[in-house]
Design a protein around this ligand. Structure first.
Ligand SMILES: NC(=O)C1=CN([C@@H]2O[C@H](COP(=O)(O)OP(=O)(O)OC[C@H]3O[C@@H](n4cnc5c(N)ncnc54)[C@H](OP(=O)(O)O)[C@@H]3O)[C@@H](O)[C@H]2O)C=CC1
Ligand SMILES: CC(=O)[C@@H](O)[C@H](O)COP(=O)(O)O
Ligand SMILES: [Mn+2]
Length: 376
């Protein structure tokens, strides 16, 4: 008789967000997974709904939701729940910190928080190896490459949608407001990543993420625009074979794969040939200056310092933009100036403590720069 697989215990960090709530949908369809704990920021309404709906016992948040068992820290949440899988889906540097916690307790991390690999890729990978933690990407393009991956790779390609600015005349981009930039053409996501799609800082993060996950030199990672986000990733093998990963944009698919890997158990809509969009366009240099600025930096600087500064400054600038304190095009200034400041300090990142220190330094610089030089 076939043995029944044990139910897997899951903790979701960032449960009330776009990835978090889609993870809840997936778990409900799949069966065989029990959400034993969640963390969230301030959305008590959605958190309460998830807790009740799934019968979640533990949570961590600065807010008290009035029922369930509230933990005092992320570490306590992980200690109490002993999860098999942690879904890391908190954006920004807070997401980096909580991913480090997950690396000490989980057997598998379903990683949406790409910032962890951008700011601290080598440390994240070392800890995963030492603690025997499987690191499975959730980011759609990286899930695609992960699913296609085999040795003998010549190069890979990940796609970009082009974000909200892709069809806007260049001279009008600076006028765009948060409500314009938050209209993503293909995906429905949280605020930070949606703005990052428009600057293509998201794609710069993803190039770095692919470099870390698949140990590929930057020169072997290509980016093209696919307007419907129908193609997610392409792997070019040395024997001439090209493998394409495609399908309608739906984050539930990579989330489910990260939970069920190496099996596939999730059911979703299957696109018909009439819906295929296999056309790829070049990324325009003038439209996405930060993306190209960052790509230049990958060429001769493999130290982490500029990457930590990139994330910190972008986080500060995107917040300021969403709060209507700076213009969309000011994001570029804040990020460039902060990276240049950090590069001048000539700090080599040797430890996780250094990562925290540089984040602090870059964040303070960026905040000050926004306040003194760019605020409207
Ligand atoms: N959304 C997507 O399709 C994709 C997202 N990603 C990555 O996944 C991550 C999450 O993105 P997304 O789901 O879109 O983001 P959202 O903004 O939709 O959700 C963020 C979640 O994190 C919580 N949160 C935010 N700040 C804190 C904090 N300081 N402490 C504790 N919890 C916090 C929020 O809580 P609350 O709302 O309750 O305050 C919310 O639950 C990001 O790293 C993003 O780059 C990657 C690929 C695709
Ligand atoms: C869904 C997902 O993986 C996002 O990271 C996506 O890549 C964002 O869209 P852009 O291609 O516009 O950056
Ligand atoms: Mn992506």
């Amino acid at each position: 008789m076939e043995e029944k697989a044990a139910v897997k215990k899951v903790v979701i960090f960032g449960a009330t967000g776009s990835i978090g709530t889609q993870t809840v949908d997936v778990v409900k369809q799949l069966g065989g997974f029990e959400v034993v704990g969640i963390s969230f920021g301030s959305n008590i309404e959605i958190a309460s709904r998830i807790m009740r709906d799934l019968g979640v016992e533990y949570y961590f948040s600065k807010k008290d939701i009035g029922f369930g068992k509230r933990c005092q820290s992320v570490d306590e949440l992980l200690e109490k729940t002993s999860p098999d899988i942690v879904v890391c889906a908190i954006p920004g540097f807070e997401g980096v910190k909580t991913t480090f916690s997950a690396l000490r307790y989980a057997k598998r991390i379903a990683l949406a928080t790409k910032e962890a690999l951008v700011c601290a890729g080598p440390f994240v990978k070392d800890l995963a190896r030492e603690n025997n933690v499987e690191l499975i990407p959730v980011d759609s393009e990286h899930s695609a490459i992960f699913q296609l991956y085999e040795p003998h790779i010549e190069k890979i390609l990940i796609t970009a949608s082009g974000g909200a600015v892709r069809d806007v005349p260049l001279e009008r981009i600076s006028e765009l407001k948060p409500s314009d930039i938050l209209k993503h053409p293909t995906w429905s996501m949280g605020g930070r990543i949606t703005v990052d799609s428009a600057t293509m800082v998201n794609k710069l993060f993803e190039v770095i993420e692919a470099h870390e996950l698949f140990n590929l030199e930057y020169g072997r990672i290509d980016v093209k625009i696919n307007r419907l986000s129908f193609i997610h990733g392409i792997v070019f093998l040395k024997d001439g074979v090209i493998k394409i990963h495609a399908g309608k944009p739906d984050m539930r698919i990579p989330i489910a794969y990260a939970l069920t890997y190496p099996e596939r158990k999730y059911h979703s809509y299957v696109a018909d040939v009439e819906e295929f969009d296999l056309t790829l366009f070049d990324v325009e240099r003038e439209r996405y200056p930060l993306f190209f600025y960052g790509l230049e930096l990958t060429k001769d600087n493999d130290d982490l310092a500029w990457r930590i500064a990139l994330n910190a400054a972008d986080e500060v600038a995107v917040n300021a933009f969403l709060n209507r304190e700076i213009m969309f095009t000011d994001i570029e200034k804040v990020v460039r100036m902060t990276i240049e400041y950090i590069l001048k300090q000539n700090i080599s990142v040797q430890s996780i403590e250094d990562v925290y220190e540089i984040d602090n330094l870059a964040r303070s610089y960026a905040l000050n720069y926004v306040e003194k030089e760019v605020k409207k």
